[in-house]
Design a protein around this ligand. Structure first.
Ligand SMILES: Cc1ncc(COP(=O)(O)O)c(C=O)c1O
Length: 470
């Protein structure tokens, strides 16, 4: 039994693996030499590796194309990117280079759609699926795009939403309806607050849409928060939604799309295992067999993968500033940023990310708690997805230890905010974009410098401060 950090990883996981390899005791991420990147830009650093976004979209398209072939499935597959997972222009640009469609969640998302159209990243043929509980500014923007002949599908979250479109949409428009799924058994509420109850959808369609000349019901939407998993709960909810689809289809010929939402998992541990091809095939198999039993045509399948599209493109690199032993067993590695504010999911919903050192892979290992710079008791990270503890290399010489949290590209900035003011005024890290040129060489650019003190003082009103007594 050997006991370097590299030995530990090799004994615990299949390693090296896709995206991660070690050369001369330094970690490379998707072929990026992280040591060189740190030498060039320093830490703390947020990095986005853009090619991973296209890679994942293409993988998912292939899984569904193979599943269509395997099941002799008569419908088509449409990949939508759920913009809320990461709204950055560079993310949308990369994602849209893969002939995909988009899903929106709020009013300002529609302004992003307009920008994408102005810059020719999308056309009016791109499908825009609009989800969420809609405020007036959101329905107004949706109606504007519908009236400009965009291929927009507002997905009704509730019955009243239709009244807004009645007043503001001029031409014919396709609609979707979101089913309010039952929450997973472990959750403390029964039914999702989003969508319309299973039992009410058909009557609502008959009362309000069937004979309405302006609207056609095209899509039924179903999303469950725990994601697309091979569990009884998932298959149950899918079957219930398919039954609603079939019932509706019998009286609504325009209905031809079934949207299974997001929740396609991404790799959050080196031990992550998920049979994507199997799941895609099983879903299509289930849809097809249910439709055949009910004697209705199979729908086109839509997905709105957010995390899967972007999570694996992101990473944070931090320097360990100091090691502190607070008692006989609690060792702290204090990093140069805050976990709580920079990776809020690690604190707020206890999400786990892949944590690996960048250097010192030849050193011995011990347990450590990673501590953030804010004063909050909860600003720490000390358990991995499968192990409930964190092991890191022993720090033994002048070279600082650098650690990386990987696959952090989804939701972190939209939850913590990008820039703005932060707990204990810990600044947002610099943001480096990493891409490949036409010859496959890695190229980098600074997207944003580390947040400056002036930006926070401005937000906090210090720019407008008057002398005492004035
Ligand atoms: C309606 C809808 N679609 C898609 C998604 C994306 O989910 P994920 O990022 O898990 O793929 C969400 C996430 O909350 C959602 O609410």
């Amino acid at each position: 039994m050997k006991n370097t950090y590299l030995d530990l990883i090799q004994q615990t996981f299949y390693f090296p693996q896709d995206g991660f390899e070690v050369k001369n005791n330094y970690l490379h991420f998707n072929g990026i030499d992280l040591k060189a990147l740190i030498e060039e830009y320093g830490t703390p650093m947020r990095l986005t590796y853009l090619p991973k976004i296209s890679e994942n979209i293409q993988k998912a398209k292939k899984w569904f194309a193979d599943a269509i072939e395997k099941n002799n499935y008569p419908g088509e597959y449409f990949y939508c990117y759920c913009t809320k997972s990461s709204h950055f222009a560079h993310v949308l640009k990369e994602a849209l280079s893969n002939d995909i469609h988009l899903e929106t969640s709020s009013a300002f998302d529609i302004d992003i759609i307009e920008k994408c159209y102005l810059h020719k990243l999308i056309t009016k043929d791109t499908l825009i699926v609009c989800n969420g509980f809609k405020s007036k500014p959101y329905t107004q923007r949706i109606s504007k795009l519908a009236n400009l002949d965009f291929n927009i599908i507002p997905v009704l979250d509730n019955k009243e939403e239709l009244e807004e479109y009645e007043r503001t949409i001029i031409y014919e428009c396709d609609l979707g309806i979101r089913i309010a799924a039952e929450e997973q058994p472990t959750f403390h509420l029964y039914t999702s607050r989003l969508g319309i109850r299973y039992s009410e959808i058909k009557q609502f369609y008959i009362d309000k849409i069937q004979s309405n000349p302006k609207f056609k019901l095209k899509m039924l939407h179903f999303f469950i928060n725990s994601g697309i998993r091979d569990t009884i709960y998932y298959w149950n909810e899918l079957t219930k939604s398919l039954k609603v689809y079939c019932e509706l289809k019998k009286i609504c010929p325009a209905l031809d799309s079934f949207n299974i939402g997001g929740g396609w998992p991404h790799k959050n541990s080196l031990g992550f295992e998920y049979d994507y091809a199997y799941m895609a095939s099983e879903i299509l198999n289930k849809v097809k067999s249910t439709c055949e039993e009910e004697g209705v045509e199979c729908p086109n399948i839509f997905t709105e993968f957010g995390s899967f599209t972007v999570a694996e493109s992101g990473a944070f690199i931090f320097q360990v500033l100091a090691e502190k032993l607070q008692n006989d067993s609690e060792r702290w590695y204090m990093i140069d940023n805050s976990l709580m504010t920079t990776m809020p999911d690690s604190w707020g919903i206890n999400s786990r990310f892949i944590l690996l050192p960048v250097n010192k892979w030849g050193n011995g290992v011990h347990r450590a708690n990673v501590g953030g710079l804010s004063c909050d008791q909860m600003d720490y990270y000390n358990s991995e997805a499968n192990t409930n503890e964190v092991y890191l290399p022993v720090i033994n010489n002048a070279e600082p230890l650098y650690i990386g949290f990987f696959h952090t590209g989804a939701y972190q900035e939209s939850i913590s905010g990008y820039g703005g003011t932060k707990h204990c005024l810990i600044p947002s890290p610099q943001h480096i974009l990493v891409d490949k040129d036409e010859n496959g060489n890695i190229i980098t650019e600074v997207f944003a410098e580390q947040q400056k003190v002036q930006s926070m003082l401005h937000i906090l009103g210090y720019d407008k401060m008057r002398d005492n007594g004035e």
